[in-house]
Write a protein that binds this ligand. Structure first.
Ligand SMILES: Nc1nc2c(ncn2[C@@H]2O[C@H](COP(=O)(O)OP(=O)(O)OP(=O)(O)O)[C@@H](O)[C@H]2O)c(=O)[nH]1
Ligand SMILES: [Mg+2]
Length: 198
């Protein structure tokens, strides 16, 4: 059963002018290309092929907006760190993400998706710094945990916790094994809960 029966794709944006109206609340998914952002969204929503997934890194080059209901949204951000793209393309992404993080009052939380086998890399730390001004929680998903042994997974989680400190939460996740879904859903719901008007 779908957790969000009304969930639907709204639109893709290649530039800030195409962002949808900045109302309600949205949670964004960011991470390296191929880290598993789209797969995580599908698993969390319990919808197959909802956000597109790909074996070719760098496929999702647009900001994809999904509605969960009238006021809540998910946003699949374009992956970064994919080497085989032009500088022009990289500059475009940087500008697009910069516009997004600075423009969105409705941005209420961020999922940072990290391949558990790689751990947090330079660009992930840059992303965290970028998102620092965000008015909401940041939660890290260490994905593809099914590819690690139990021991390796525990070590990856401990390392993540130590590196990230107390401000940012972190968990193990696997879209294929459906590991950590409830924990991730709890964080999503917390991000999208009504905030007091400031
Ligand atoms: N084993 C395993 N593979 C996964 C998992 N999550 C994603 N994948 C695979 O990793 C590849 C990339 O997944 P996507 O969800 O498309 O990654 P993405 O971060 O959205 O990639 P871009 O949109 O290109 O930035 C696909 O081949 C997925 O099937 C997981 O939990 N376990
Ligand atoms: Mg994707």
């Amino acid at each position: 059963m779908s957790l969000y029966p009304e969930a639907r794709f709204i639109t893709s944006a290649a530039r800030a002018a195409q962002f949808i109206t900045d109302q309600g609340r949205e949670a964004a998914f960011a991470g390296r290309s191929n880290a598993g952002k789209s797969s995580a969204i599908n698993a969390i929503l319990n919808r197959r092929d909802f956000a597109r997934t790909s074996k070719t890194p760098g496929r999702t080059q647009l900001i994809n907006f999904f509605a969960l209901d009238d006021v809540r949204r998910l946003v699949d951000l374009p992956g970064y760190g994919y080497a085989r793209v032009s500088k022009e393309m990289r500059d475009h992404w940087r500008e697009l993400l910069d516009d997004y993080f600075h423009a969105r009052d409705s941005l209420s939380g961020l999922f940072l998706v990290v391949d558990s086998r790689r751990g947090l890399g330079d660009i992930d730390w840059q992303m965290l710094e970028w998102a620092h001004s965000l008015n909401g929680p940041i939660h890290v998903l260490l994905t593809k945990a099914d590819k690690l042994s139990r021991q390796e997974a525990a070590a990856a989680l401990a390392k993540g916790r130590e590196e990230l400190g107390s401000e940012v939460t972190v968990q193990l996740f696997s879209a294929t094994r459906k590991l950590g879904l409830e924990e991730a859903r709890g964080h999503l719901n917390a991000m999208l809960e009504a905030r007091p008007v400031t």
